[in-house]
Ligand binder design. Sequence first.
Ligand SMILES: C[S@@+](CC[C@H](N)C(=O)[O-])C[C@H]1O[C@@H](n2cnc3c(N)ncnc32)[C@H](O)[C@@H]1O
Length: 314
Amino acid sequence: MNNADSSSILERLSALSDETRTRILALLDGSEFTVSELCAVLQTPQPTVSRHLKMLALEGWVQARTEGRKRHYHLSPQLDDSTRSLWRIVHNEVSESSLYRADAERAQPVLDERRMRATAFFSESAAEWDRARAELFGSATGLGPLLGLIDPTWVVGDLGCGTGALTARVTPFARRTIGVDRSAAMLSTAQARLSEMDTAELRCGELESLPIEDEELDLAILALVLHYIVDPRAVLSEVMRTLAPGGRVLVLDMRRHDRGVTFSKNMGHVWPGFDFEQLEAWLTDVRFSSIRFQALTPDPDASGPLLFLASARA
Ligand SMILES: C[S@@+](CC[C@H](N)C(=O)[O-])C[C@H]1O[C@@H](n2cnc3c(N)ncnc32)[C@H](O)[C@@H]1O
C-alpha cells in the first residue's frame, strides 16, 4: 500500500470514528432521509446533524438530492470497494447494539408513512392503473418481443404484479408464473384478468418477505415497482433468495427524473427513478453479477419519465 492509499484509508476511518456519523450512515444505508427526519430519529439538534452530514458529504460518504425545498440524503453509490467493505465491517459490528436498534425503531414510522402513501394510492386506483400506466409509460412496459427470450421451462415471478397485465403477457411463454402483490384491490383485478390461465398463480404478500420458496424462480421481474420500495437493496436481497442459481432479475423502472415531488404527492412514489450507479451498487451489494443497464427508447405517446431495463444474474 502506498502513502496515498494509507492516508485515504485513515481518513475514512476517522469519518467512522464518530458515533453520530456512523448512526447517520446506518440510517442512510438503504433508505433516504431529510435533515429534519434524521434529527428526529437521532434525537440530535439540527446544527449537529448538519455539521456531520457536511463532513460525510465532503468525504464522499453521502450524497443528497433536492426535491422541492427538501434535501434527501443517502449513502453514496460511488463508494469504492475498499470503503464499502470497511463500512460493512463497521455496520455489522454496531447494528445490533441497543443505540442503533433504537434508531431503527424510531425511523420505522417515517418509513411506514412512505409505504402507506403507496398502499393508499393502489387501493383506490386499481381500476385506473392500466390506463395510467399506458398514458405515462406507453407500450414499452409490455416488454414486446423480448418475451420470446423466456425459456419454456422457467418459473417466472412478477413481483409487484399489480393488475397482472405483464403476468398475463409472460404466462404463455413460461412453465409457470407467480404474481405477487400486497394490494388486495390490485390482485382482485389481476385475478379476473388471469382467470383462464391455469399456469398463472397469484400470491398476496410483501416484496420485503416474498411468499416464494428459496430458489423457486428462474426469472424475477420487478416492473415499475422498485420506486415504491423504501429499502430497495433489502428487496433485491430477498429476490436473490428466491432465484435458482444462475437465475435472473429484470428491473423495469424510471430513469432518475425531476418530477419526484409531483409523483410522490399524487402516486406515493418513494424514489424519483434511479440512475445506473445506484442500482448497480445495490445489486452488487447483494451479490448479483453480470449487471446490465439499458435506457429504453422513449415512446413518443408516453407522458411519464424515461424508462430503463436492468438485468443481473444470481
Ligand atoms: C406501479 S404498480 C406496477 C404494477 C405492475 N408491475 C405493472 O407493471 O403494471 C406497483 C405495484 O407494486 C405493489 N407494491 C408496491 N410496494 C410493494 C411491496 N412492498 N410489496 C408488495 N407489493 C408492492 C403495489 O401494490 C402495486 O400494485
